[in-house]
Write a protein of this length. Sequence first.
Length: 238
Amino acid sequence: MDSGQGPVQERAAATTPKTSLSCRTSSTSRINTECISHHWTIENFTKCQFFQSGTCFSEEFPKDSSQVRLKLRLDLTKDYASVCVVPLQGMQGRSCVYTLKLLGEAGRPVHRYQHNGFHTLYRGSTNYQGIELCKSFLYCPDNRCLLGDALSLLFEVEFLADSTNTPVKRADIPLSPLLKNLGTLLEDKSFGNVQLTVQQRNLYAHRDVLMLSSPVFGAMFSHPTKESQEQVRSGQGL
């Protein structure tokens, strides 16, 4: 996996000051004839406009030992505007990077304009063209996914200028038991997948809870400005 993500890590390291929060998320899938499991890792926070966590589902593998075909369905209620599919060190020892753009109306890239941590609205109503692109990539004889290949799916988000200024109604946020006590969840190590150090305190929290609990964290995920990072480091975002 290192061979496919090295340039990404180097780019993030080169562009992110040591004092800022940084974010990288990825999903790695090991292909076999039964299932694909997705393992998401959130390491810390900025670059979040380039790498976002989310969900994706894959299903239905033909029992063909020479080729594994995937039916890939992406969850467009999350943060996806383009997809990078990386076959890594499979049976053939391949290490290639392919980038597929999620397209909207008239073939234009999909843009996100509202986000509340749990779902996203996009301009354009034909986002599923992007899913078809991913399927066609996986089914293409020239890019066949062989048994034993590992896929790393990286998701990129493209934002409009007003993406953090769109009012979010409370009714837009789905009811969830996770939202009943944000304060407790922010201190719950067993639940947390993000560690933050604020005013010499270590906080562990789920990314979605952070975004819902503070507009500052929401802004960091969409527009990680110096001002928003300073607010978080000084504890104003909690």
